[in-house]
Design a protein around this ligand. Structure first.
Ligand SMILES: [Zn+2]
Length: 355
């Protein structure tokens, strides 16, 4: 293993400790147990004082290496990830053309992706789908000329308002810059800022989705569900039954908790997940916007948690109980993952209660 590969490996391990989301831009330091091999473990807490410089060192070394990571899930599905945020770009072979889901943070990197795509598939990109409006998922749209760009109507609206002028774009990226203390992330955002000053054309979706849309794109049936409050008001859940892919937040797996943000429509979300499960087709992978795919996810667990949330809040309100009583409803004892994420559960209850 050469030094660049080692640095990249260290970076990936360190970023694994840090839940990076540029909207909150918090770095969560997690605790892990390391087994000493002597029959006892010890608690190991990476300190921000040394995680920071270590991430910066690894990032600087990894800069020398290719920031693009490729993985093929099968002959029809290619995933490209861009360091250091590991933004996902998914490429699906739909027969005569390709579907690209999300386009990274700048035309410069999207162009590099486009060259890789051409080399691997040698087919035109006929559709681009944006999972939501944020710049790190949409700023490469302009590279895919000739493709129809699909997104929720709020995705188009929010791109047009948040990123209208060069000053607006600078303002939004400056917010992300201020949100992190890590020099490596700052360098990355500055790099994006620099590249979009040179050559950027705001390219929002033109085929707009409302609540639900079933599209036949090439030889694939693609089902799009509006999922407001899962991160932004413009988020889509994308389900492709034939190849078993679900594009959504990484928390939709058995040992995690879905995280709500403002604008959540819980009954609609429950109905959509029930519909996806009722289709009877196995979900082979959840593809999150950042990070690795999650193989064989068990969607029944997060769905049961969402149903329990809805019921606990409705019952508590009817009985004139408090949000705290709803939060400790006995039904939640079936979800041990709440114990490790009490803050998320508390905040989810608050969002549903206010609805
Ligand atoms: Zn986002």
């Amino acid at each position: 293993m050469n030094i660049k590969r080692l640095a990249l490996f260290v970076l990936i391990i360190l970023l694994g400790y840090c839940a990076l989301d540029f909207t909150s831009a918090d770095i969560l330091v997690r605790e892990i147990i390391l087994n000493t091999g002597l029959g006892q473990g010890f608690l190991y807490r990476p300190l921000p004082e040394w995680v920071g410089p270590a991430v910066d060192w690894a990032y600087a070394m990894a800069q020398e290496a290719d920031p693009i990571e490729q993985s093929k899930l099968d002959s029809r599905i290619l995933l490209l990830h861009h360091a250091p945020w590991k933004e996902t770009m998914a490429i699906l072979d739909a027969g005569t053309g390709l579907i690209v889901i999300d386009t990274w943070a700048s035309p410069v990197s999207a162009k590099k992706a486009s060259a890789i795509i051409r080399k691997i598939f040698n087919k035109p990109v006929t559709y681009v789908i944006n999972t939501h409006h944020h710049w790190d998922h949409t700023f490469g749209n302009q590279v895919f000329t000739g493709a129809e760009i699909i997104g929720h109507k709020h995705c188009a609206e929010d791109m047009k308002t948040s990123y209208k002028s060069a000053d607006d774009r600078k303002h939004e990226l400056d917010k992300a810059l201020k949100g992190t203390d890590y020099q490596s992330i700052q360098s990355y955002i500055q790099e994006v800022q620099h590249s979009i000053r040179q050559n950027f054309v705001l390219t929002p979706p033109t085929k707009l989705v409302n609540e639900k849309e079933i599209l036949i794109l090439g030889n694939l049936k693609v089902i799009l569900y509006h999922a407001p409050g899962l991160h932004t008001r413009s988020n889509l859940i994308i389900y492709i039954p034939e190849i078993g892919l679900l594009f959504t937040r990484r928390e939709f797996q058995h040992d995690s908790l879905p995280v709500f943000e403002v604008g959540i429509e819980l009954p609609a979300l429950i109905k959509n997940l029930e519909e996806i499960l009722a289709s009877g087709k196995p979900i082979k992978y959840i593809i999150p916007g950042h990070g690795d795919p999650i193989a064989n996810p068990d969607l029944k667990v997060p769905l049961a948690y969402l149903q329990a949330l809805q019921k606990a809040v409705t019952t508590a309100k009817q009985a004139r109980k408090t949000p705290a009583e709803a939060e400790h409803d006995p039904a939640f004892s079936a979800f041990p993952q709440i114990t490790s994420n009490p803050g998320i559960h508390h905040s989810n209850i608050s969002f549903i209660w206010k609805k």
